[in-house]
Write a protein that binds this ligand. Structure first.
Ligand SMILES: NC(=O)C1=CN([C@@H]2O[C@H](COP(=O)(O)OP(=O)(O)OC[C@H]3O[C@@H](n4cnc5c(N)ncnc54)[C@H](O)[C@@H]3O)[C@@H](O)[C@H]2O)C=CC1
Ligand SMILES: CC(=O)C(=O)O
Length: 312
């Protein structure tokens, strides 16, 4: 069969990688999905299992080689360590930086028009590093960012307001980490500010923000990891890129004002992410600055760590 596009998933032997592949199969995209794992055995096993479902679909799934991955249209990276119960995402940086560095070296040469879609945590910091390590233009390297958190927020609001989540425009912003916040001032429903909705009158906004930012901790505490939610969200991003959808999604993209990668809405198409202007309130702008400081602080730690590793 001839496929229009090739999507590779590095970390495809694990839970999140497999969930992304499965969601692509369910979405019926005409794509060839290649899985690359730390060992060929795990990626091959996941590919065989997904292939058992894929015969209902227009997508095909198999294990790939690093050369094939490098010349894919979209390179999704889910490889790496995940949080233990109670552990913040930022704790994973040293372990996952080493893995990312080895992966980017292994898949060279990377197709110049490829889009790298980072999912491994801490995703905002690693997206910035993936851009530096790969040398691809900033617009072509993005992270899933707060897209998943925003889905969680819309789900919550949907239940509260009894309105389909697709009709509610509200996003978690900043970083896919503990400093993320709700962009209440730019949230809307039926063309009106969300906070003017009668059912939003007496809600505790800080409590909602905190609950959404900590939802992953709750799931990890109970079942060890999260993967279905992120799998579908990442597949939706892939669909938007492959179809040049130009949808506006809160993804991790390069922010010129803070000279770092942050999770804020951007237009997503076949050439990657195009930033848009956000009219946040002054208070939210301060929160965004705090997220930029948090991402830059982790980047500083990585640089020190990388020097240390190189000296050993
Ligand atoms: N951005 C987001 O919204 C989310 C991110 N995550 C993150 O995704 C990552 C993966 O999580 P899970 O899939 O649950 O973990 P997992 O342990 O099930 O899978 C990770 C996989 O990465 C593989 N791996 C390690 N080094 C590799 C290398 N050099 N090359 C290829 N594969 C390699 C491992 O063999 C393993 O199969 C974690 O960092 C987790 O925190 C998880 C959920 C949501
Ligand atoms: C694990 C993680 O980052 C999440 O589910 O949000």
């Amino acid at each position: 069969m001839n496929f229009t596009h090739r999507v590779s998933i590095i970390g495809g032997g694990g839970n999140v990688g497999a969930a992304v592949a499965f969601a692509l199969v369910v979405m019926q995209l005409p794509v060839e999905i290649l899985l690359l794992g730390a060992s060929e055995k795990s990626a091959r096993a996941q590919a065989l299992d997904i292939r058992d479902a894929a015969h209902f679909s227009t997508a095909h799934c198999r294990a790939g080689t690093s050369e094939e991955v490098g010349c894919s249209d979209i390179i999704v990276i889910t490889a790496g360590a995940r949080q233990r119960p109670g552990e913040p995402r930022s704790n994973l940086i040293d372990r996952n930086y080493v893995i990312l560095d080895s992966i980017i070296k292994k898949i060279q040469p990377i197709k110049p028009t490829a889009i790298i879609l980072m999912v491994t945590n801490p995703v905002d910091v690693l997206t910035s590093l993936a851009q530096k390590l790969s040398g691809l233009p900033k617009s072509q390297v993005i992270g899933s960012g707060t897209f998943l958190d925003s889905g969680r927020l819309r789900n919550y609001l949907s239940r509260k307001l009894n309105v389909n989540s697709n009709s509610i425009h509200a996003s978690m912003l900043g970083e896919h980490g503990d400093t993320q916040f709700v962009g209440w001032s730019v949230a809307s429903i039926a063309g009106s500010p969300l906070l003017k909705h009668p059912l939003m009158a007496n809600v505790d906004l800080a409590e909602i923000e905190n609950a959404i930012a900590h939802q992953a901790y709750e799931i990890i505490e109970a079942k060890g990891s999260t993967y279905f939610g992120v799998g579908y969200h990442v597949a939706a991003l892939i669909k938007c890129i492959l179809t040049d959808g130009h949808k506006i999604y809160p993804v991790c993209n390069y922010n010129a004002k803070y000279d770092t990668y942050l999770s804020v809405p951007a237009i997503l198409g076949s050439d990657g992410a195009t930033p848009i202007n956000l009219n946040l309130s002054d208070e939210e702008e301060v929160k965004l600055e705090r997220c930029a400081e948090s991402v830059n602080h982790s980047l500083g730690q990585v640089n020190e760590f990388a020097v240390h590793v190189n000296e050993e």
